[in-house]
Design a protein around this ligand. Structure first.
Ligand SMILES: [Fe+2]
Ligand SMILES: [Fe+2]
Length: 203
């Protein structure tokens, strides 16, 4: 199904799709907004293939980067206000916009469905027991048609063939990239790696 043919019926959000799309457009630069539309469509495709609720996948994909362009102070304030792990303060937007950003999705977009919120929450670092919906948003973000990096075609093929193998692939690539560039690794990313990559059959 094409995303512009989608009518929200599940009461996961108190807005129509055009209203929610407008909120994303207002919160983001045009290029990031376009990325969100492509993640929405890719998440719908993956949901159809994997027997997951297409509307939830669409909403999760659309809103996953809602918080991406907020100032650091907003995240720092939220980490303190909601008593989140203070370790988070040692990281930055790349981690925060998911792990903390779901709070803004909940409060400002009035999305209360915990599965959708978790898909936003874990899209930057994954976690040990990602649900199929969480796996879909994690992978749709990585393989949407605008992505262009070495290995993206392999990532697309693997993910279309088997969602979990896609999760293992992305997780391995991401950790490899961080280590290879002397970048800090958020501890949760290592937890994700340990539960998804060893024994996955990738090499
Ligand atoms: Fe993101
Ligand atoms: Fe994204």
């Amino acid at each position: 199904m094409k995303s512009d043919q989608l009518t929200y019926e599940g009461h996961f959000v108190p807005y129509s799709r055009p209203e929610l799309v407008a909120k994303l457009r207002d919160a983001l630069t045009d290029s990031r907004f376009q990325h969100c539309l492509r993640v929405e469509q890719t998440a719908m495709n993956l949901a159809e293939r994997n027997g997951v609720n297409v509307e939830k996948a669409a909403i999760g994909g659309l809103v996953h980067d809602y918080a991406k362009q907020r100032p650091d102070e907003d995240f720092i304030e939220a980490i303190k206000e909601y008593h989140m792990d203070p370790e988070l303060l040692n990281y930055g937007n790349a981690i925060w916009h998911g792990v903390v950003g779901w709070i803004f999705v909940k409060n400002e977009l009035q999305i209360t469905d915990i599965d959708i919120l978790n898909a936003v929450r874990y899209h930057t670092v994954g976690h040990q027991y990602m649900t199929p919906l969480e796996q879909i948003v994690y992978m749709a973000d990585y393989i949407e048609p605008g992505r262009d990096f070495p290995g993206v075609d392999d990532a697309r093929k693997i993910t279309m063939n088997n969602l979990k193998d896609g999760v293992a692939y992305q997780t391995k690539q991401t950790l490899g990239y961080l280590v290879g560039h002397d970048k800090p690794v958020f501890p949760q990313t290592i937890v994700t790696y340990n539960s998804w990559v060893p024994g996955s059959g990738l090499d």
